[in-house]
Design a protein around this ligand. Structure first.
Ligand code: ADP
Ligand code: AMP
Length: 216
């Protein structure tokens, strides 16, 4: 099963991806997590990406295309994968299509999580993320069992620099301008399924499972 989890920042992609990994046994490929790991480790890639990320801008396409090319070659992607946060631009989508056509593994479905802006802002401003496994929590909507500690791996929870108010509006604008047009791109290919991302976490997951019965 080759999937794209699509939607604006804060729509719940990471939250649902983690549940899908557990159920379907295919990896989540979060380009945001990959970039954040590089920033943490101080790699050349991380140093180049940090300024864009802190401002809520997109990191240049050629960097992302390189990351995805390498990641999809890993053996754990053989049975499928869940792309989370990629593609975000038309050149990224075209590069992905070319790559997957070349290995005869097309995208089966694009799950588009729809959430209105006001709720996105509320979700992003309350988000806490695990510095070890990348799991997402929310101060109110999805709090960890123990304050500041990840339920799954015991990692430390932190607020992302780009989840502070200054960057959030810019990220939503960037999404509308550069990423949202891909909804039509995938709808034209006949592989887009739009889901109500405003339901609670488990209900959204039930809806996702219902769509994926065809592919699993
Ligand atoms: P994305 O990966 O799309 O940016 P996340 O999965 O990190 O989004 O979710 C953003 C925030 O919203 C997190 O704080 C998460 O706990 C919370 N969240 C995710 N899904 C829901 C939901 N269905 N209802 C309420 N809060 C949610
Ligand atoms: P995310 O964790 O998906 O919200 O991504 C956090 C930040 O990483 C984004 O605001 C961008 O700066 C960068 N990023 C992640 N994925 C991409 C991508 N596919 N293209 C460009 N920038 C990205």
């Amino acid at each position: 099963m080759n999937l794209i989890l699509f939607g604006p920042p804060g729509a719940g992609k990471g939250t649902q991806a983690k549940k899908m990994v557990d159920l379907y046994g295919i990896p989540q490929i979060s380009t945001g997590d990959i970039l954040r790991a590089n920033v943490r480790e101080g790699t050349e890639l991380g140093l180049a990406a940090k300024a864009y990320m802190d401002k809520g801008e997109l990191v240049p396409d050629e960097v992302l295309i390189g990351i995805i090319k390498n990641r999809l070659k890993e053996p754990d992607c053989e049975k499928g994968f869940i792309l989370d946060g990629y593609p975000r631009t038309k050149p990224q989508a075209d590069a992905l299509a070319a790559l997957l056509d070349g290995i005869n593994k097309p995208i089966d479905v694009v799950l588009n999580l729809e959430v209105p802006d006001e709720e996105l802002v509320e979700r992003i401003s309350g988000r806490l993320m695990c510095n070890n496994c990348g799991a997402s929590y929310h101060r109110t909507f999805n709090p960890p069992k123990k304050e500041g500690v990840c339920d799954t791996c015991g990692g430390e929870l932190f607020q992302r620099a780009d989840d502070r108010e200054e960057a959030v509006q810019n990220r939503l604008n960037v999404y509308k301008k550069q990423t949202q047009p891909l909804i039509d791109y995938y709808a034209e290919k006949g592989i887009l399924v739009t889901l109500e991302g405003t339901k609670d976490i488990n209900e959204v997951f039930e809806d996702i499972k219902a769509v994926l019965t065809k592919f699993a």
